[in-house]
Write a protein that binds this ligand. Structure first.
Ligand code: PMP
Ligand code: GLU
Length: 402
């Protein structure tokens, strides 16, 4: 073992904090402990039946072979048709690349466009894999801190001030994991205008596009005119909207040359995403869309319940948060709990210690905000049933009350 030397990039790479937190919770569950697990951001619903049946039909029809490395043309067409139907945006199949989940899409975009010397602007709090994937591509993440007061949105001034001659890309996640922040349309448009003026590419991660709550609005970044669209690389997929995390289908929509380069990379790296999953995704996009709304409504009920429970925490415990306009996360600041006795006299000094103590003493699993570039915060995924949410919030409240 001692003679094995990892590559310099891998020596620095940490495992995904969300997956690591979920693994830790699972480990305790395997020991027979009843852990209330709010770590992973994945819908608890089973994939809709029409999609499951389409996968079975695809297998039985013999779609069990390699496909084109960048995905089947039917799925690229279905992606284009969905953007036309849902947002009035026109793309051609040559602008679409299908990959093994949106995470793979992001990796492909960064590996195709960025390298040493390039800077990538990332508003914090950001999804755990963003900075790691930028570094893996050899580029430098430039983290822009945002605050609860702005609903965790990066302002136009902040964006402008962060741009240097080395800036290659802005990575924007709207609605956001972990904050649930949904950018107001006017602010999104202001960012888009700056991207055009300064000729910056924007990787717009829109994976939570269908999970929007009253008061918030989703606009695809590419919708602000052709000059914006030609600088926008959309990443999205079926994981969240169609409860298809395990199927591993994501996509990138962008300029034809970039998509072609990414396809070359994918053809050397992974070949095609799973053929059966691709046919299932065609049905998800082309088939009836009512299950998407039905699941969104359930998430909205859970969001409302979680917020109702958490609002009194502000005055009772000094816990602060911005209410999520989209996605399925509650992201709250627990720094008022540091250094004072929590349940059983436990004391913690930071959010990571808070999560460890909460797991050990109260058997509730959250993810520390440190992993999202937001010290002092913790993330609770409410993509789980109301009963579990009630039990979890009761346990967190008792733990914090001390
Ligand atoms: N982007 C964000 C913001 C996410 O939260 C996730 C997590 N699933 C992904 C991308 C990756 O999605 P997928 O499971 O399709 O790889
Ligand atoms: N995106 C989800 C999360 O943030 C799934 C886990 C992951 O891919 O990191 O929990």
């Amino acid at each position: 073992m001692s003679s094995i030397r990892l590559s310099p990039a891998l020596q620095k790479l940490k495992p995904s904090a969300t997956l690591a937190a979920a693994a830790k919770a699972k480990e305790l569950k395997a020991k027979g402990i009843n852990v209330l697990d709010f770590t992973l951001g994945e819908p608890d619903f089973i994939t809709p039946e029409n999609v499951r049946l389409a996968a079975t039909a695809a297998m039985n029809a013999g779609h069990t072979h390699y496909t084109a490395s960048g995905g089947i043309v039917e799925l690229k067409q279905a992606v284009c048709a969905a953007y036309q139907r849902d947002y009035g945006l026109q793309f051609k199949p040559a602008q679409v690349l299908i990959s093994c989940g949106a995470k793979h899409s992001i990796h492909n975009v960064l590996s195709s466009l960025c390298g040493p010397g390039d800077e990538v602007i990332i508003p914090a709090p950001y999804w755990v894999s963003y900075s790691a994937l930028v570094e893996l591509a050899g580029a430098t993440p430039v983290i822009i801190d945002t605050t609860e007061a702005s609903g965790f949105c990066m302002s136009a001034e902040q964006f402008k001030a962060a741009i240097t001659p080395k800036t290659r890309l802005l990575m924007l996640n709207n609605p956001s994991n972990p904050t649930g922040c949904a950018y107001p349309v006017a602010l999104l448009e202001a960012l888009a205008r700056i991207a055009v003026e300064k000729d910056i590419l924007v990787l717009s991660d829109e994976i939570y596009e269908k999970l929007i709550y009253p008061g918030a609005e989703f606009r695809s970044f590419a919708s602000f005119g052709p000059d914006v669209a030609e600088r926008t690389i959309i990443v999205s997929g079926v994981s969240k909207a169609y409860a298809m995390t395990g199927w591993r289908i994501g996509w990138t929509i962008g300029p034809v040359d970039v998509i072609k380069a990414m396809d070359n990379l994918q053809s050397q790296e992974t070949s095609n995403p799973c053929s059966i999953s691709q046919y299932a995704a065609v049905e998800a996009l082309n088939g009836p869309q009512d299950s998407v709304e039905a699941m969104r409504v359930e998430f909205e009920k859970r969001r409302d319940y979680v917020m109702e429970r958490m609002r009194p925490w502000k005055s009772r415990f000094g816990i602060t948060f911005a209410e999520p306009g989209g996605a399925f996360y509650a992201f709250f600041n627990v720094s008022s709990c540091f250094g004072r006795p929590l349940a059983g006299g436990t004391k913690v000094a930071d959010a990571s210690e808070f999560c460890t103590a909460l797991l050990e003493k109260a058997h509730v699993a959250l993810v520390t905000g440190d992993a999202f570039g937001a010290p002092g915060y913790v993330r609770l995924s409410f993509a789980t049933g109301l009963e579990q949410l009630k039990a979890g919030l009761d346990a967190i409240e008792a733990f914090i009350a001390g």
